[in-house]
Design a protein around this ligand. Structure first.
Ligand code: HAM
Length: 420
């Protein structure tokens, strides 16, 4: 029996769910395309080595990996960013900059199951490569806000918490922690709330952080106000200047209401180097809706020449939970417009001719394929959400007409096939 169940943590999409998924994806695509992004794709399989980073990230521990028949270590992608980096690197120098691309890949992670988290999810990715300035980061935030607005969410319901890896970088510099520890320390800090306190302290101590240093970090990460951050960091802080510039540009886009500065946003991936952000539902009941940030040094970790880059990943699961909670999910009808039915067996060829005519005009037509009673056909047409029922009846057809019933009004008329 167990062989007949789907793999734990994976989903089937029945037509109702598929309609909803397509609706969601259409808004993902539209928000990206409205900002001039182009779609790309990559295979779900990659060499496992593309993901084996050493900073202790969850994403690496959760990798679905296996050996293929040729003895190579392969992984199902847990995220799109390394594939995108591989694609950019493969055409380094040949791609016109900036690169503004989006994609909606299925990603795989061996996660602990919880609301809004599964072992596969579709993740809308939007990235800009080749722009050093915060203009690119703000562009991504604008894409996000456009999306939220399109699906009916407001800044009262969703907030995007923004900080910068440079905040933590400057704090670590001030307490004398060496640069090469930076990514690993970020990963531990990101887990602070989730790890038992002794465990967190031990892990931070292993990276050279004593109790006083941890207290300093925690104090700064508790800040929610840029002026307070400016007071806590040294004069001329790059982090503060960058975040202030980001807010000024966000004002230009009219999206500042969605944003809040939150120094505790560090993100759990090793490669981020600058502004980082996560969107959350303001009621605080769900996991992060999406997350992203700047990763200017990913290519050199693959042995290439660096190119500035920034982007985000946005899963399909939390957002659907949120939209359901807020009663914002649309009721979506199927795509069938016309149902065609031959009342007599010998009228089947005529029904097919009528169906073909309509399909050639671009109408979505469902031809009733079996012998049924009219009552069943009416119910079927209603369930399909069709606009019209076209009946092939012996007498009418002999006179050269099809009986057409408007399913909204119930009005019936006789129409010649070439006038349909
Ligand atoms: P991430 O924070 O690991 O970042 O994932 C981004 C988003 O993907 C999450 O906020 C969530 O919406 C969704 N997500 C992640 N894991 C799961 C899961 N197990 N089930 C359901 N949804 C999930 C990244 O993956 C980065 N590569 C994003 C990025 C793109 N940064 C720059 N460009």
């Amino acid at each position: 029996m167990s062989d007949l169940q789907g793999v734990r943590g994976t989903r089937d999409f029945y037509p109702d769910e598929m309609r909803l998924r397509n609706w969601l994806f259409s808004h993902f695509c539209a928000a990206a395309q409205l900002h001039g992004f182009e779609e790309y794709d990559a295979p779900v399989l990659e060499y496992e080595a593309l993901y084996t980073r050493k900073a202790g990230e969850e994403i690496v521990e959760q990798l679905y990996g296996f050996e293929d028949k040729g003895g190579r270590r392969i992984a199902l992608r847990p995220e799109m960013t390394p594939s995108l980096a591989r694609m950019v690197l493969a055409r380094a120098g040949a791609l016109p900059l900036p690169i503004k691309w989006f994609s909606i890949p299925q990603c795989w992670r061996y996660e602990r199951m919880q609301r809004g988290r599964g072992r596969e999810h579709y993740q809308w990715n939007v990235d800009v490569w080749g722009c050093e300035g915060v203009e690119a980061d703000v562009e991504l935030l604008a894409v996000l806000c456009t999306f939220f607005g399109r699906v009916g969410l407001t800044p009262g319901e969703v907030g995007i918490r923004v900080s910068s890896r440079k905040v933590l970088q400057e704090v670590l510099d001030s307490v004398g922690v060496a640069g090469e520890q930076f990514a690993a320390v970020c990963i531990v800090i990101d887990k602070l709330g989730k790890l038992p306190p002794e465990e967190a302290t031990a892990q931070l101590a292993a990276h050279g952080l004593d109790e006083a240093a941890v207290a300093t970090i925690q104090r700064v990460l508790g800040l929610h106000d840029l002026d307070a951050l400016a007071d806590a960091l040294s004069d001329g802080s790059v982090a503060v200047a960058e975040l202030r510039a980001l807010w000024a540009l966000a004002g230009g886009y009219g999206i500042a209401d969605w944003l809040e500065f939150d120094a505790s946003i560090v993100r759990g991936l090793a490669y981020y180097t600058g502004p980082v952000f996560e969107a959350h539902d303001r009621s605080g009941t769900l996991r992060a809706i999406c997350g992203g940030g700047r990763y200017d040094r990913l290519l050199s970790s693959f042995g290439g020449k660096d190119l500035p880059a920034t982007g985000f990943g946005f899963g399909d699961m939390v957002i659907l939970e949120l939209l359901k909670d807020r009663d914002l999910l649309p009721v979506l009808a199927g795509s069938v417009q016309d149902v065609v039915f031959a009342l007599k067996l010998e009228l089947r060829p005529a029904a097919m001719e009528v169906a073909s005519r309509l399909r050639a005009q671009g109408r979505s037509v469902d031809l009733v394929l079996e012998e049924r009673r009219l009552k069943w056909v009416l119910k079927h047409a209603d369930r399909a959400g069709a606009e019209r029922l076209l009946l092939l009846a012996p007498e009418e057809w002999k006179r050269g007409f099809v009986k057409v019933r408007d399913l909204a009004t119930g009005a019936e008329s006789e129409v010649a096939p070439d006038a349909l």
